[in-house]
Design a protein around this ligand. Structure first.
Ligand code: SF4
Length: 370
Protein backbone atom coordinates (compact mmCIF):
# COMPACT_ATOMS: atom_id res chain seq x y z
CA UNK A 1 0.00 0.00 0.00
CA UNK A 2 1.43 3.41 -1.03
CA UNK A 3 1.91 6.19 1.51
CA UNK A 4 -0.92 8.23 0.04
CA UNK A 5 -3.48 5.42 0.09
CA UNK A 6 -2.55 4.70 3.72
CA UNK A 7 -3.39 8.29 4.62
CA UNK A 8 -6.55 8.34 2.48
CA UNK A 9 -8.01 5.52 4.64
CA UNK A 10 -7.72 7.62 7.75
CA UNK A 11 -9.53 10.94 7.46
CA UNK A 12 -7.62 12.78 10.19
CA UNK A 13 -4.28 11.61 8.89
CA UNK A 14 -5.32 12.45 5.34
CA UNK A 15 -6.04 16.00 6.43
CA UNK A 16 -2.57 16.24 7.94
CA UNK A 17 -1.09 14.63 4.82
CA UNK A 18 -2.73 17.36 2.69
CA UNK A 19 -1.41 20.08 4.92
CA UNK A 20 2.09 18.70 4.86
CA UNK A 21 2.09 18.37 1.10
CA UNK A 22 0.14 21.41 0.00
CA UNK A 23 2.25 24.21 -1.43
CA UNK A 24 0.62 27.39 -0.22
CA UNK A 25 2.58 30.60 -0.38
CA UNK A 26 3.39 31.73 3.18
CA UNK A 27 2.40 28.35 4.50
CA UNK A 28 5.60 26.99 3.05
CA UNK A 29 7.46 29.21 5.48
CA UNK A 30 5.51 27.78 8.37
CA UNK A 31 6.31 24.24 7.30
CA UNK A 32 10.00 25.13 6.94
CA UNK A 33 9.91 26.84 10.33
CA UNK A 34 8.41 23.76 12.01
CA UNK A 35 11.00 21.52 10.39
CA UNK A 36 13.96 23.82 11.11
CA UNK A 37 12.97 24.11 14.77
CA UNK A 38 12.38 20.39 15.24
CA UNK A 39 8.74 20.94 16.22
CA UNK A 40 6.13 18.17 16.01
CA UNK A 41 4.12 18.28 12.75
CA UNK A 42 0.79 18.79 14.56
CA UNK A 43 1.97 22.37 15.18
CA UNK A 44 1.39 23.01 11.44
CA UNK A 45 -2.30 22.19 11.81
CA UNK A 46 -2.55 24.38 14.91
CA UNK A 47 -0.93 27.30 13.11
CA UNK A 48 -3.17 26.83 10.08
CA UNK A 49 -6.24 26.87 12.28
CA UNK A 50 -5.06 29.98 14.14
CA UNK A 51 -4.50 31.90 10.90
CA UNK A 52 -7.28 30.63 8.61
CA UNK A 53 -10.05 29.76 11.05
CA UNK A 54 -9.55 32.02 14.06
CA UNK A 55 -8.28 34.91 11.94
CA UNK A 56 -5.41 35.92 14.23
CA UNK A 57 -3.49 39.01 13.12
CA UNK A 58 -0.36 38.35 15.22
CA UNK A 59 1.07 35.15 16.64
CA UNK A 60 0.52 36.36 20.20
CA UNK A 61 -3.18 35.75 19.59
CA UNK A 62 -2.58 32.06 18.87
CA UNK A 63 -3.28 30.95 22.44
CA UNK A 64 -3.00 27.28 21.51
CA UNK A 65 0.77 27.69 21.03
CA UNK A 66 3.30 27.97 23.88
CA UNK A 67 4.40 31.52 24.71
CA UNK A 68 8.03 30.96 23.68
CA UNK A 69 6.91 29.66 20.28
CA UNK A 70 4.57 32.60 19.76
CA UNK A 71 7.39 35.03 20.45
CA UNK A 72 9.69 33.25 18.02
CA UNK A 73 6.99 33.19 15.35
CA UNK A 74 6.27 36.90 15.81
CA UNK A 75 9.95 37.62 15.20
CA UNK A 76 10.41 35.30 12.25
CA UNK A 77 7.15 34.90 10.30
CA UNK A 78 4.91 37.71 9.16
CA UNK A 79 1.33 36.56 8.69
CA UNK A 80 0.63 39.07 5.91
CA UNK A 81 3.03 40.21 3.17
CA UNK A 82 2.06 43.89 3.53
CA UNK A 83 1.33 46.55 6.13
CA UNK A 84 -1.78 48.57 6.64
CA UNK A 85 -1.24 52.27 5.88
CA UNK A 86 -4.77 53.63 6.27
CA UNK A 87 -8.23 52.21 6.70
CA UNK A 88 -11.31 54.17 5.68
CA UNK A 89 -14.89 53.48 6.61
CA UNK A 90 -17.79 54.76 4.51
CA UNK A 91 -20.31 56.91 6.34
CA UNK A 92 -23.05 56.00 3.86
CA UNK A 93 -22.69 52.28 3.27
CA UNK A 94 -21.13 49.13 4.74
CA UNK A 95 -17.86 49.64 2.87
CA UNK A 96 -14.24 49.74 4.06
CA UNK A 97 -11.15 50.52 2.07
CA UNK A 98 -7.58 49.68 3.06
CA UNK A 99 -4.41 51.16 1.64
CA UNK A 100 -1.64 48.56 1.95
CA UNK A 101 2.13 48.93 1.65
CA UNK A 102 3.88 45.99 0.01
CA UNK A 103 7.34 44.84 1.08
CA UNK A 104 8.99 46.78 -1.78
CA UNK A 105 7.18 50.02 -0.92
CA UNK A 106 4.53 49.82 -3.65
CA UNK A 107 0.99 50.51 -2.53
CA UNK A 108 -2.31 48.91 -3.38
CA UNK A 109 -5.90 49.25 -2.27
CA UNK A 110 -8.45 46.62 -1.38
CA UNK A 111 -12.11 46.97 -0.45
CA UNK A 112 -14.53 45.14 1.84
CA UNK A 113 -18.23 45.69 1.20
CA UNK A 114 -21.62 44.29 2.01
CA UNK A 115 -23.84 44.84 -1.04
CA UNK A 116 -26.56 42.57 0.38
CA UNK A 117 -26.51 40.30 3.39
CA UNK A 118 -23.03 38.91 2.90
CA UNK A 119 -19.55 40.40 2.79
CA UNK A 120 -17.49 40.62 -0.39
CA UNK A 121 -13.87 41.53 -0.92
CA UNK A 122 -12.62 43.38 -3.97
CA UNK A 123 -8.97 42.51 -4.56
CA UNK A 124 -6.24 44.15 -6.61
CA UNK A 125 -4.13 42.01 -8.93
CA UNK A 126 -1.51 44.57 -9.93
CA UNK A 127 0.11 47.62 -8.33
CA UNK A 128 -1.17 50.24 -10.78
CA UNK A 129 -2.34 49.18 -14.23
CA UNK A 130 -0.79 49.44 -17.70
CA UNK A 131 -4.09 49.84 -19.56
CA UNK A 132 -4.94 53.49 -18.91
CA UNK A 133 -8.74 53.42 -19.27
CA UNK A 134 -9.99 56.99 -19.55
CA UNK A 135 -12.43 56.77 -16.64
CA UNK A 136 -10.17 55.03 -14.15
CA UNK A 137 -7.96 56.50 -11.42
CA UNK A 138 -5.79 53.35 -11.26
CA UNK A 139 -4.99 53.68 -14.95
CA UNK A 140 -3.61 57.17 -14.30
CA UNK A 141 -1.05 55.74 -11.83
CA UNK A 142 0.70 53.77 -14.53
CA UNK A 143 1.96 50.23 -14.02
CA UNK A 144 4.25 49.35 -11.11
CA UNK A 145 4.26 45.55 -11.04
CA UNK A 146 2.24 42.35 -10.91
CA UNK A 147 1.22 41.17 -7.46
CA UNK A 148 2.30 37.72 -6.32
CA UNK A 149 -0.33 35.04 -5.70
CA UNK A 150 0.26 35.49 -2.01
CA UNK A 151 -0.17 39.28 -2.12
CA UNK A 152 -3.50 38.78 -3.90
CA UNK A 153 -4.92 35.97 -1.73
CA UNK A 154 -3.77 37.64 1.48
CA UNK A 155 -5.93 40.68 0.78
CA UNK A 156 -8.82 38.31 1.52
CA UNK A 157 -7.03 37.04 4.64
CA UNK A 158 -6.51 40.66 5.74
CA UNK A 159 -10.28 41.31 5.58
CA UNK A 160 -10.99 37.96 7.22
CA UNK A 161 -8.91 39.12 10.19
CA UNK A 162 -10.76 42.44 10.09
CA UNK A 163 -14.31 41.03 10.18
CA UNK A 164 -13.32 38.82 13.10
CA UNK A 165 -11.74 41.64 15.04
CA UNK A 166 -14.69 43.96 14.39
CA UNK A 167 -17.16 41.11 14.98
CA UNK A 168 -18.89 41.94 11.67
CA UNK A 169 -19.38 38.36 10.48
CA UNK A 170 -17.95 34.87 10.58
CA UNK A 171 -16.98 34.66 6.96
CA UNK A 172 -16.33 36.38 3.69
CA UNK A 173 -18.70 35.05 1.06
CA UNK A 174 -17.49 36.49 -2.25
CA UNK A 175 -14.31 37.72 -3.87
CA UNK A 176 -14.22 39.93 -6.94
CA UNK A 177 -11.14 40.77 -8.99
CA UNK A 178 -12.24 44.33 -9.67
CA UNK A 179 -9.62 46.28 -7.77
CA UNK A 180 -6.42 47.74 -9.16
CA UNK A 181 -4.99 46.16 -12.29
CA UNK A 182 -6.05 43.85 -15.11
CA UNK A 183 -6.19 40.30 -13.65
CA UNK A 184 -5.73 38.48 -16.95
CA UNK A 185 -2.42 40.29 -17.52
CA UNK A 186 -1.19 38.64 -14.31
CA UNK A 187 -2.73 35.33 -15.25
CA UNK A 188 -0.47 32.78 -13.51
CA UNK A 189 -0.53 34.55 -10.15
CA UNK A 190 -4.27 35.21 -10.34
CA UNK A 191 -5.00 31.52 -11.02
CA UNK A 192 -2.69 30.48 -8.19
CA UNK A 193 -4.29 32.97 -5.81
CA UNK A 194 -7.79 31.70 -6.65
CA UNK A 195 -6.71 28.13 -5.95
CA UNK A 196 -5.47 29.29 -2.57
CA UNK A 197 -8.52 31.42 -1.78
CA UNK A 198 -10.82 28.51 -2.61
CA UNK A 199 -8.80 25.74 -0.93
CA UNK A 200 -11.00 24.42 1.91
CA UNK A 201 -7.94 24.00 4.13
CA UNK A 202 -7.26 27.71 3.92
CA UNK A 203 -9.74 30.47 3.04
CA UNK A 204 -12.25 28.02 1.54
CA UNK A 205 -14.34 30.42 -0.57
CA UNK A 206 -16.03 28.39 -3.33
CA UNK A 207 -14.89 29.18 -6.87
CA UNK A 208 -18.50 29.93 -7.88
CA UNK A 209 -18.29 32.83 -5.42
CA UNK A 210 -15.21 34.28 -7.07
CA UNK A 211 -15.46 36.62 -10.08
CA UNK A 212 -12.72 37.78 -12.42
CA UNK A 213 -13.42 41.01 -14.22
CA UNK A 214 -11.39 41.77 -17.34
CA UNK A 215 -11.18 44.68 -19.72
CA UNK A 216 -11.24 42.07 -22.51
CA UNK A 217 -7.92 40.20 -22.66
CA UNK A 218 -9.57 37.80 -25.10
CA UNK A 219 -6.66 35.37 -25.55
CA UNK A 220 -6.96 34.33 -21.90
CA UNK A 221 -10.69 33.49 -21.85
CA UNK A 222 -10.08 29.93 -22.98
CA UNK A 223 -7.28 29.40 -20.47
CA UNK A 224 -9.64 30.53 -17.75
CA UNK A 225 -12.32 28.14 -19.02
CA UNK A 226 -9.98 25.18 -18.63
CA UNK A 227 -8.04 26.28 -15.52
CA UNK A 228 -10.95 27.65 -13.46
CA UNK A 229 -14.27 26.70 -15.11
CA UNK A 230 -16.28 27.42 -11.94
CA UNK A 231 -15.05 30.99 -11.56
CA UNK A 232 -17.35 33.75 -12.86
CA UNK A 233 -16.16 35.82 -15.78
CA UNK A 234 -17.16 39.47 -16.16
CA UNK A 235 -16.15 41.53 -19.18
CA UNK A 236 -15.94 45.29 -18.85
CA UNK A 237 -17.29 46.41 -22.20
CA UNK A 238 -18.45 50.01 -21.61
CA UNK A 239 -18.98 50.66 -25.33
CA UNK A 240 -20.03 48.53 -28.30
CA UNK A 241 -18.47 50.81 -30.91
CA UNK A 242 -14.85 49.98 -31.68
CA UNK A 243 -13.69 53.54 -32.28
CA UNK A 244 -15.35 54.91 -29.17
CA UNK A 245 -14.28 51.91 -27.06
CA UNK A 246 -10.67 52.47 -28.10
CA UNK A 247 -10.91 56.08 -26.92
CA UNK A 248 -12.23 54.88 -23.54
CA UNK A 249 -10.16 51.71 -23.26
CA UNK A 250 -6.98 51.69 -25.35
CA UNK A 251 -6.70 47.89 -24.92
CA UNK A 252 -9.44 47.72 -27.59
CA UNK A 253 -6.67 48.30 -30.17
CA UNK A 254 -5.20 44.94 -29.19
CA UNK A 255 -8.47 43.03 -28.58
CA UNK A 256 -11.38 44.64 -30.40
CA UNK A 257 -15.07 43.74 -30.21
CA UNK A 258 -14.72 40.97 -32.83
CA UNK A 259 -11.85 39.38 -30.87
CA UNK A 260 -13.87 39.53 -27.66
CA UNK A 261 -16.91 38.09 -29.40
CA UNK A 262 -14.98 35.18 -30.89
CA UNK A 263 -13.28 34.29 -27.58
CA UNK A 264 -16.51 34.72 -25.68
CA UNK A 265 -18.39 32.33 -27.98
CA UNK A 266 -15.74 29.69 -27.39
CA UNK A 267 -15.79 30.33 -23.65
CA UNK A 268 -19.59 29.96 -23.53
CA UNK A 269 -19.51 26.79 -25.63
CA UNK A 270 -16.93 25.22 -23.30
CA UNK A 271 -18.32 26.28 -19.93
CA UNK A 272 -22.06 26.79 -20.46
CA UNK A 273 -21.76 29.36 -17.67
CA UNK A 274 -23.34 32.79 -17.38
CA UNK A 275 -20.99 35.65 -18.27
CA UNK A 276 -21.51 39.21 -17.10
CA UNK A 277 -21.10 42.16 -19.43
CA UNK A 278 -20.21 45.17 -17.33
CA UNK A 279 -21.28 48.49 -18.79
CA UNK A 280 -20.37 51.59 -16.81
CA UNK A 281 -22.71 54.31 -17.98
CA UNK A 282 -20.75 57.53 -18.35
CA UNK A 283 -22.77 60.71 -18.66
CA UNK A 284 -22.58 62.19 -22.20
CA UNK A 285 -20.10 59.52 -23.24
CA UNK A 286 -21.78 56.15 -23.81
CA UNK A 287 -25.35 56.70 -22.62
CA UNK A 288 -27.31 57.64 -25.76
CA UNK A 289 -30.09 55.54 -27.35
CA UNK A 290 -27.64 54.81 -30.20
CA UNK A 291 -25.12 53.37 -27.70
CA UNK A 292 -27.83 51.24 -26.17
CA UNK A 293 -28.90 49.89 -29.60
CA UNK A 294 -25.31 49.06 -30.52
CA UNK A 295 -24.80 47.22 -27.25
CA UNK A 296 -28.02 45.23 -27.72
CA UNK A 297 -27.11 44.39 -31.31
CA UNK A 298 -23.60 43.25 -30.35
CA UNK A 299 -24.92 41.00 -27.59
CA UNK A 300 -27.62 39.51 -29.77
CA UNK A 301 -25.03 38.72 -32.47
CA UNK A 302 -23.21 36.36 -30.07
CA UNK A 303 -23.90 32.63 -30.17
CA UNK A 304 -25.46 31.35 -26.91
CA UNK A 305 -26.19 34.92 -25.89
CA UNK A 306 -28.88 33.69 -23.49
CA UNK A 307 -25.92 33.10 -21.15
CA UNK A 308 -24.99 36.80 -21.16
CA UNK A 309 -26.21 39.21 -18.51
CA UNK A 310 -25.61 42.95 -18.59
CA UNK A 311 -24.75 44.85 -15.42
CA UNK A 312 -25.34 48.58 -15.81
CA UNK A 313 -23.34 50.67 -13.35
CA UNK A 314 -23.55 54.44 -12.98
CA UNK A 315 -20.09 55.92 -13.45
CA UNK A 316 -18.30 57.30 -10.40
CA UNK A 317 -16.50 60.53 -11.16
CA UNK A 318 -12.82 59.62 -10.90
CA UNK A 319 -10.67 61.17 -13.57
CA UNK A 320 -10.73 62.47 -17.13
CA UNK A 321 -13.86 61.51 -19.02
CA UNK A 322 -15.78 60.19 -16.05
CA UNK A 323 -19.05 61.85 -15.09
CA UNK A 324 -22.17 60.42 -13.48
CA UNK A 325 -25.17 59.84 -15.80
CA UNK A 326 -28.75 60.89 -15.02
CA UNK A 327 -30.72 58.19 -13.21
CA UNK A 328 -33.53 58.23 -15.80
CA UNK A 329 -31.04 57.50 -18.55
CA UNK A 330 -29.87 54.30 -16.87
CA UNK A 331 -33.47 53.24 -16.34
CA UNK A 332 -34.28 53.80 -20.02
CA UNK A 333 -31.11 51.99 -21.03
CA UNK A 334 -32.09 48.97 -18.93
CA UNK A 335 -35.66 48.88 -20.24
CA UNK A 336 -34.50 49.11 -23.82
CA UNK A 337 -32.10 46.18 -23.37
CA UNK A 338 -34.83 44.14 -21.72
CA UNK A 339 -37.00 44.95 -24.74
CA UNK A 340 -34.30 43.30 -26.85
CA UNK A 341 -34.61 40.16 -24.71
CA UNK A 342 -31.37 40.77 -22.84
CA UNK A 343 -31.02 40.09 -19.11
CA UNK A 344 -29.99 43.25 -17.31
CA UNK A 345 -29.44 44.47 -13.74
CA UNK A 346 -28.79 48.02 -12.63
CA UNK A 347 -26.06 47.82 -10.00
CA UNK A 348 -25.18 50.31 -7.33
CA UNK A 349 -21.52 50.99 -6.92
CA UNK A 350 -20.75 51.28 -3.21
CA UNK A 351 -18.20 53.37 -1.34
CA UNK A 352 -17.94 56.48 -3.51
CA UNK A 353 -17.56 58.71 -0.39
CA UNK A 354 -14.22 57.05 0.38
CA UNK A 355 -13.19 56.63 -3.28
CA UNK A 356 -13.67 52.88 -2.99
CA UNK A 357 -16.10 52.48 -5.89
CA UNK A 358 -15.31 51.12 -9.37
CA UNK A 359 -12.66 53.17 -11.13
CA UNK A 360 -11.70 55.19 -8.04
CA UNK A 361 -8.84 53.16 -6.55
CA UNK A 362 -5.61 55.13 -6.74
CA UNK A 363 -3.50 54.02 -3.75
CA UNK A 364 -3.40 57.53 -2.33
CA UNK A 365 -2.99 58.07 1.39
CA UNK A 366 -5.96 59.71 3.10
CA UNK A 367 -5.47 63.44 3.58
CA UNK A 368 -6.38 64.70 7.00
CA UNK A 369 -8.87 67.50 7.21
CA UNK A 370 -7.54 70.68 8.78
S1 SF4 B 1 -10.44 50.02 -15.48
FE1 SF4 B 1 -9.27 48.20 -14.89
S2 SF4 B 1 -8.11 47.75 -16.76
FE2 SF4 B 1 -8.80 49.85 -17.00
S3 SF4 B 1 -7.11 51.13 -16.21
FE3 SF4 B 1 -8.54 50.74 -14.51
S4 SF4 B 1 -7.71 48.98 -13.44
FE4 SF4 B 1 -6.77 49.03 -15.49
Amino acid sequence: MGLRSFFVRNKALFYLYNLLNYKYMEFEKIKDFVKANGLPSYRIAQMREAVYVKGISCWQEASVLPEALRQKLDKEIKILPFELVTLQRSKKEPVFKALLKLNDGNRIETVLMRPGKTWSVCVSSQAGCPLGCAFCATGKMGFKRNLTAEEIADQVLFWYQFIHKEKLAERISNVVFMGMGEPLLNYVNVVESIKNISNPDFLGIGQRHISVSTSGIADKFINLASDLPQVNLAISLHNADDEERTALMPINRRFDLDDIKEALEEYLARTDREVFIEYTVIGGENDSPAHMRKLGKWINSIKDNYLLHVNLIACNPAVGKASAPKEAIIKNFAEALQGMNIGVTVRRSLGSDISAACGQLAAQPVRRRK
